[in-house]
Design a binder for this molecule. Structure first.
Ligand code: UD2
Length: 325
């Protein structure tokens, strides 16, 4: 009899416990929606007078420049994680560059867009050489076979057309954002949803403290990538292009068309598609700019402005890895 009574009591406690818990959660959700409670709960006090100093955190056209201490990861995740977004991430690894894939992918699995749906698209001429890397939950990888070229310049600039077609044929209705990243690179620190924006560019680590007229823009008026002296904003790296699929499509399609015109006129811009991208961003301003934390070089020592290195080009022997000088 006593056993029966105890079981009955335990059952009642369980039922009431569940009802109470359900009610409390529902209230939290209701309160969250009504008053931004969750945001207030999650975020610490932000000031409007004190912020990151010593670096430019907003462009003259009012796009944020993303540096450490300009964003709160918990708050950013509270915004983006409810949106169930997918981020396509494209990487080209042709010829000897397949050797960079392992470190790239393994480090991305530690630091890149953790907690988000990520779909890697690996363009390569050697699908069998794509390493087996254990991917986290909601992360997948597709290998796409494409022919290589005997000129590294053609491989690099050819990425624009391949991205244009990938977006048109597969991604337009499947994913929300896309990042195209150089494979000869590694992640060393957090790279998350703070990098998402309509159209995102990265400041080239080699020129972030250089005067505009010393940027290696294409200076010959015969090229479609031409930027005259006296003009220009920043020097952006070709290693990172990102944003909404629709916006990235517009950027890569425009660059591809300009590259075609240059080719027909037998001219190749100083830094191939990077030059065309710089021209594109001069007239179509990026809505978010990533600081050199998001594109550093292992060969460069860390400076005081760079509080954290998140993504960095590894040291490579160009003569040995490239198909031509
Ligand atoms: C710069 C840019 C790069 C591109 C290039 C254009 C940075 C840090 N890098 O780097 O993005 O704009 O200039 O000249 O902004 N690739 C292969 N196999 C090859 C050669 C290249 O797969 O044999 C791919 C690979 O994904 C590589 C990318 O093309 O990451 C760019 O080539 P790179 O890294 O050799 O170009 P680099 O270092 O001059």
């Amino acid at each position: 009899m006593r056993l029966l009574q105890n079981s009955y009591l335990a059952f009642l406690t369980l039922v009431f416990g569940c009802v109470y818990l359900g009610y409390t959660l529902a209230w939290f959700r209701y309160a969250g929606r009504r008053s931004g409670f969750i945001h207030r709960f999650l975020k610490k006090q932000f000031g409007i007078l004190n912020g990151r100093t010593g670096v430019v955190t907003v462009t003259p056209w009012l796009a944020p420049v993303v540096w450490e201490d300009t964003f709160d990861t918990t708050l950013i995740d509270a915004i983006y994680k409810t949106q169930n977004i997918t981020i396509a991430t494209t990487v080209f690894a042709l010829g000897k560059y397949v050797r960079f894939l392992k470190d790239f992918l393994e480090s991305a699995e530690k630091h890149y867009m953790q907690g988000y749906h990520v779909h890697y698209y690996i363009f390569t001429d050697q699908p069998e050489a794509v390493p087996m890397v254990t991917l986290g939950a909601n992360r997948s990888l597709t290998t796409l076979k494409i022919p290589s070229s005997n000129r590294w310049q053609d491989i690099s600039l050819g990425r624009m057309e391949k991205l244009e077609k990938l977006i048109e044929n597969r991604l337009a209705n499947e994913v929300d954002y896309i990042f195209s990243l150089d494979v000869d690179s590694k992640f060393y620190g957090h790279w998350g949803a703070e990098t998402l924006g309509d159209i995102v560019a990265v400041i080239h680590p080699g020129y972030y403290s250089t005067a505009c007229d010393e940027f290696p823009y294409e200076r010959r008026p015969e090229s479609q990538a031409y930027i005259p002296y006296g003009d220009g904003d920043y020097y952006y790296g070709g290693a990172v292009i990102g944003g909404l699929v629709k916006e990235v499509h517009k950027a890569v399609k425009t660059c591809r068309k300009q590259l075609d015109v240059d080719k027909a006129n037998s001219i190749e811009a100083a830094w191939q598609e990077e030059s065309h991208l710089n021209r594109y961003f001069l007239y179509n301003k990026p809505t978010k700019v990533l600081s050199p934390e998001y594109l550093w070089q292992d060969s460069k020592s860390q400076t005081d402005d760079i509080k954290i290195i998140r993504f960095s080009q590894v040291i490579k022997n160009n003569e040995e890895v490239r198909p031509n000088p």
